[in-house]
Structures are given as C-alpha cells and as structure tokens.
Design a protein around this ligand. Structure first.
Ligand SMILES: Nc1nc2c(ncn2[C@@H]2O[C@H](COP(=O)(O)OP(=O)(O)OP(=O)(O)O)[C@@H](O)[C@H]2O)c(=O)[nH]1
Ligand SMILES: [Mg+2]
Length: 405
C-alpha cells in the first residue's frame, strides 16, 4: 500500500509537525498540544464556539429523504465533526488551543491522506502484477469512481492509460501521475480567487450551505483576511434561528474587529439582511458578509426563505449579493453534488468554499463538482483556526489527492 509520508512534507516545510489524525468521534475538541509561538497569527485565540448540535428551526433535522443513500454516511460524518455545546452559553467560552501551525499544503496533504491512501492503495493493488489489460483498466475505473472523482474523470484517466500504455508494464506511480494530471486539468479552470470589487461599497458576500458546513467559521476567517488587508468589515448575523449562532458570529466579530449586526433570535432573517445592507452602505463599509442559517437543500420552505433574503438584499442594492458562496463540507461525499445543484438553482451560487479538507476528507468529490458545474472554487478550509482558509490551487490539490510528493 502506497503511503503519503508526512515525513516528506515535514522536510519540505521545515520541521513542522504532521497534523494529527481526525478527531475521535463524539469528542470535545481533542486536546491539542501546547501551541508553539504563532508565526503569523495576529489573533491569538481563533477558535469559534464549538459547533452547536441543534437543528435550525423549523422542521426536522439532518435527514435527506431525497438522497437516502447518503444519509447514514453524512450523519456519521457530522457525528465525527460535530462538537457538543453547552445549552447555556458559558460566561467564558472555551476556546480550543490552536495546534502548532504547519505549512498549509502539509495540512492539505495530511488532510487528504485518507482519500489519497485509499485511492493510491487501491491503485497499487490493482497494478501489482501485469501488463495493462482491459480487466485492469476496468478495475481501475471502479477504484476511481469509488473515490468520488466522478465517472467522466475516471474514464478520462483510464482512456489516457489505454491509449498510451496498453499491453505495457504500468506501475502504480505511472497511474498516480496520470491521475494527478487529470485532476489538475479539471480543477485548473475553477481555481479562481474571490475578487473583492472595490467599486461596490460594500462588497456584499452571502454565505450559504447546509447545516454545519462551515459557513460561520469561514466568515470569521474571511473577516480576518479582509481586516488584515485594511478593509472595514461588517458581519450580519443572518442565522436568526439560534441564539448560539448569533453569539458565535459576535465572537468572530470581536476577534477580527468587525462590527456585527444582529437581532434577537427568532427575528426575520431577511429583515436583518435589509438592515445590515442599509447600515453598511450608510457607513461606507468595504465588505459586508452575511451569515445564514444552515439548511438542507431539499427543504423547500427554507430555500424559499433564502430566496427571500436575496430578494430583500436586492431591494437595497440590485447588484448584490456580489458573491454568493456555498460552503461544502469535504466529508459529505456524493450529496455535495446535489447541494451545489439545488443551492445553485435557488440562490445563484457564484463560488464554492470547501471546508474540512484537513480532516476526514472525501476530497475527490471536488473533482466531480468542478467537472459538472464549473463553478469557481475560491477557498479551502484546512482547519478550524482563523488562519486556516487558503485560496484554492489546483496543482496542490491534485498532488495531495494523488499522493504524489
Ligand atoms: N477541521 C475543520 N473544521 C472546520 C473547518 N471549517 C469549519 N469547521 C468546524 O466545523 C464546525 C461547524 O462550523 P460552523 O462554521 O459553525 O458551520 P455552519 O455552517 O456555520 O453551521 P450552522 O450554522 O450550524 O449551519 C465547527 O466546529 C467548525 O470549527 C475546517 O476547514 N476544518
Ligand atoms: Mg453557522
């Protein structure tokens, strides 16, 4: 079995520690090593309040009747990622200690290790024996499809091998090289930065996605980046369903020196969005980022509510939102395709952020999404900390998932 060697990245990135394996199930955030001095972080305590377990009102929680095949898996993934939270907000919020920082590519590579181990391990076992024949290619195609890369990409890879290497000796490394090249080819066109149009004051970003996908955390990370660039940032606590969600954003506001507009829990989300856009305009803010409640894409009434939020924003600024970002949890698997499709139809998604690529990643799905929708992928989340959001680059992702050094 081919293995990705943290040692390589350690050498490459100068003696940093490999990321720990994914947190154990149902754990309170795993105790982290005492942090080393933070190299670049201006903000010492970047962790948000742990993810609440509760489900947004109204209606039943994380069930996806339309996509039953993914449910158990998604639930299992969420169970691993979700951290219990006290019902009453504690006076002092617990902030997990940040792990020693590591080069982000090392974290990406370590995060994708599960995906790449499974993939490259299977590739190696397929290619132990013989010259490349039709049966081997079929086996390889199955392996690639199981890795969520999508049928088209799987076929493109096997076709390349069939064309160039049929009836010749082929090693696992040869196959990984073809895999990396194909993945990079698919992802290259979608790896596009989020450009803040300074002509828009404010530049309005709407953050949407299913429950627990990383919206609020990503907002905090973005607020930090924009503040560091000298922009004045306002955040809108548009998840008005839950008091804890409002508080979570307020904490991010404090950490990043961003003003947070909020209303009491239970208020109308579109009204809050209207107020936020109006106020951000009046104050001449550079960037306004609007949080929303998590919602499953097949919950029609919740999607209606999201459409209403967007309509109301447009009443103040017809060109807004200037970016509608869908956050996708990398552990979700195939259901992410449905999320992109339905959120795209209902809310006009302009770009994607894939979170949790540092953990139990099923990162191959990003390739399938890129091929099917061609939407820009702006950022990837490689940790819970404020600095753990990186612009997406196709070549790094391709190398990491193909387990190539
Ligand atoms: N490991 C890791 N955890 C992340 C990342 N992004 C977010 N998280 C964690 O995922 C959990 C959910 O994040 P939130 O930002 O609260 O997600 P959300 O989409 O706002 O959730 P709801 O508001 O409940 O829909 C939190 O524990 C975050 O710390 C990431 O890139 N890596
Ligand atoms: Mg949230």
């Amino acid at each position: 079995m081919t293995d990705k060697k943290p040692g390589f990245f350690k050498r490459l990135f100068g003696g940093e520690q490999p990321v720990q394996p994914p947190a154990p199930p149902e754990a309170v955030p795993a105790p982290q090593p005492v942090p080393l001095p933070q190299p670049v972080e201006p903000t010492p305590a970047p962790e948000p309040q742990p993810a609440p377990e509760e489900v947004p009102l109204p209606g039943p929680p994380e069930t996806t009747p339309d996509y039953v095949e993914d449910i158990e898996e998604a639930a299992a993934a969420m169970a691993v990622e979700t951290i219990p939270v006290a019902l009453d907000p504690p006076a002092v919020l617990e902030v997990p200690v940040e792990a020693p920082r590591q080069g982000w590519f090392a974290r990406l590579a370590t995060g994708l290790k599960r995906s790449s181990d499974q993939l490259t391990g299977s590739i190696t076992s397929v290619f132990t024996k013989r010259k490349l024949d039709a049966a081997t290619l079929d086996e390889l195609e199955d392996v690639l499809i199981q890795a969520d890369l999508g049928i088209e990409t799987a076929m493109a890879i096997t076709e390349t091998l069939r064309r160039d290497r049929f009836d010749r000796d082929v090693s696992g490394e040869d196959v990984r090289a073809v895999l990396a090249a194909e993945v990079e080819k698919v992802l290259g066109p979608v790896a596009r930065p989020l450009v803040v149009d300074t002509a828009q004051k404010p530049f309005i970003i709407l953050m949407i996605g299913v429950n627990g996908s990383g919206k609020t955390t990503t907002i905090g990370k973005l607020a930090q980046q924009y503040a560091a660039e000298g922009r004045s940032v306002m955040l809108a606590a548009g998840d008005t369903f839950r008091a804890a969600a409002i508080e979570q954003l307020q904490i991010w506001g404090q950490r990043t020196n961003a003003t947070v507009i909020s209303r009491p829990a239970g208020s109308d989300a579109s009204g809050l969005a209207f107020d936020a856009v109006t106020q951000a305009r009046a104050e001449g803010r550079d960037v306004l980022i609007i949080d929303t409640a998590g919602r499953l894409q097949n919950r029609d009434e919740l999607m209606n509510e999201l459409e209403k939020v967007i309509r109301v924003i447009k009443k103040v600024d017809p060109s807004a939102p200037h970016a509608t970002l869908l956050t996708l949890d990398a552990t979700t698997g195939q259901n992410a395709l449905k999320q992109v499709e339905i959120f795209g139809q209902r809310a006009g998604v302009t770009g994607l952020v894939m979170t949790k690529l540092d953990g139990t990643a099923r990162g191959g799905i990003l390739v399938a999404i890129a091929r099917k929708f061609g939407l820009p992928v702006h950022f990837i989340g490689v940790g819970e900390g404020v600095g753990d959001l990186e612009p997406f680059t196709a070549s790094d992702f391709a190398k990491a998932i193909a387990g190539r050094d």
